[in-house]
Design a protein around this ligand. Structure first.
Ligand code: NAP
Length: 415
């Protein structure tokens, strides 16, 4: 494979770097030898000789580590050129705050067509992407989209999918009329909703079987991702590929399966194991397309997290939802900067700013469509009571000890 030879040669302009690295290694080796010599009792015994292989081993491992990271860099370069050699045409439905944020990055990798209720022609033009009004979904689909990313609000997601379906069916029918119906495929439909079980169910219930489904949640947005996506979590579940609905708990490919011979197998909801090499053009195409789309996020440096929609929602209620809830609660207290802000308070203000920058529709969607969110609110309430009770108990104890507590100065709100 081209990658291995590429990997072991120096990258262009890398000779000075590799010279520096070699120098550094030589220095490190020298340091270890010196250290060993100084640690060896008597400084000339056979103990010193016995320790030498360990130091040599470390050096060897470091060299292998460096070679592997070169190999990884080269594979990533190859991967990037593979994506760019066959770029996807990606449609984005919902060109609001988040839709614009992702479309900007997608445009580095492929042709982007966006659609939305509001007229975003100017913003789209400024970004070099094409805008089609939401009222003309036939024109949107006529753009020959490989992938459609639905980035509308959580609240409008179901109605958006409902309105898309007849147009998809019309397109599929037209394709089937033109040729071999066995390989007629619709676009891959991807959602980016901050709640996953709802999105998964709606898409499985409504989308035609010819459309593959990928559920995703980028755990970042225009604020947290404004300096790039590197290291930010990207949660995804390959939900349906080539008409096979994948078993959510199997975490798509092989997560419960450590057998390396079976690395590219997955289980459907009927418990049947499928190979990604299944001999069907449609199947290979489905896998390839989803991988090319996921590669965009990988290339941007996201931390890729395969996870079932159910697990996502359970985790998100106690992480993302509680963050938004606290931000909203603190925001409604009307907090503002003082001349003596601590770093902690600056973080609080930042939390308020970032959570209230998102629409209230988004917050309401997090609450309404995550079955765990009400529990989170109830737990927060009881945690607040618990903490206040502790203050009360301490105040009572002080009183009982005879320490006079001025009743006018009793702080704790009576329950
Ligand atoms: P949002 O308020 O949740 O959604 C705004 C988008 O929804 C706009 O594109 C808007 O279109 C569209 N929309 C609203 N009501 C609609 C309706 N009845 N019919 C059709 N379209 C409608 O704000 P957002 O921040 O842009 O989020 C979009 C999606 O991304 C949400 O599902 C959210 O969960 C997800 N997400 C957001 C973030 C984030 O940090 N903001 C992060 C990860 C995922 P118009 O602008 O044309 O009116």
């Amino acid at each position: 494979m081209a990658s291995s030879s590429l990997a072991l040669s120096s990258p262009a302009g890398g000779s000075t770097n590799s010279h520096n690295r070699n120098n550094k290694r030589a220095k490190t080796k020298h340091y270890y030898t010196e250290m060993q010599a100084s640690l060896s009792p008597g400084n000339n015994s056979t103990d010193g000789a016995a320790a030498t292989p360990a130091a040599g081993k470390l050096e060897e491992l470091k060299q292998r580590e460096a070679e592997l990271s070169k190999l990884l860099a080269s594979v990533r370069r190859e991967k990037l050129s593979a994506i760019r050699a066959r770029p996807l045409t990606i449609g984005v439905m919902g060109f609001g705050r988040f839709g614009q944020f992702i479309a900007r990055t997608f445009s580095k990798y492929g042709r982007i067509v966006v659609t939305s209720r509001s007229d975003y022609t100017d913003i789209a033009n400024g970004m070099g992407v094409k805008y089609v009004p939401l009222s003309n979904l036939d024109a949107f689909l006529a753009e020959d989209l490989d992938v459609i990313v639905v980035a509308t609000s959580i609240l409008s997601f179901k109605s958006t999918i409902q309105s898309l379906v007849p147009h998809l069916e019309k397109q599929l029918l037209a394709k089937a009329g033109k040729g071999d119906s066995a390989i007629v495929k619709g676009p891959l439909i991807v959602d980016v909703l901050s709640v996953k079980e709802h999105a998964r169910q709606v898409m499985l219930d409504l989308l035609p079987p010819e459309c593959d489904i990928l559920c995703t949640h980028p755990m970042f947005g225009p604020d947290s991702g404004k300096k790039g996506w590197h290291g930010l979590n990207f949660v995804y579940e390959k939900t349906r590929l080539d008409k096979v609905v994948l078993e959510p708990e199997s975490n798509n490919y092989n997560v419960n399966n450590n057998d390396s011979d079976n690395e590219e197998a997955f289980v459907d909801t009927a418990g049947q194991v499928h190979s990604v090499h299944e001999d069907s053009e449609a199947h290979v195409e489905a896998i390839d397309r989803v991988e090319r789309f996921l590669s965009i996020w990988e290339e941007e440096g996201c931390r890729m997290v395969p996870m079932s929609a159910k697990d996502h929602d359970a985790y998100a209620a106690n992480s993302q939802f509680i963050t938004h809830l606290m931000g909203r609660i603190l925001g409604s207290q009307g907090l503002s900067s003082t001349p003596i802000d601590t770093k902690g308070f600056e973080s609080v203000l930042k939390l308020v700013g970032s959570t209230t920058a998102d629409s209230f529709d988004l917050f309401y969607g997090l609450y309404k469509f995550n079955q765990n969110s009400l529990d989170t609110i109830l737990q927060l309430r009881s945690a607040m009571d618990e903490v206040v009770d502790k203050l009360k108990v301490m105040e009572d104890e002080e009183q009982q000890k005879g320490n006079s507590v001025d009743p006018n100065n009793s702080k704790v709100v009576p329950s």
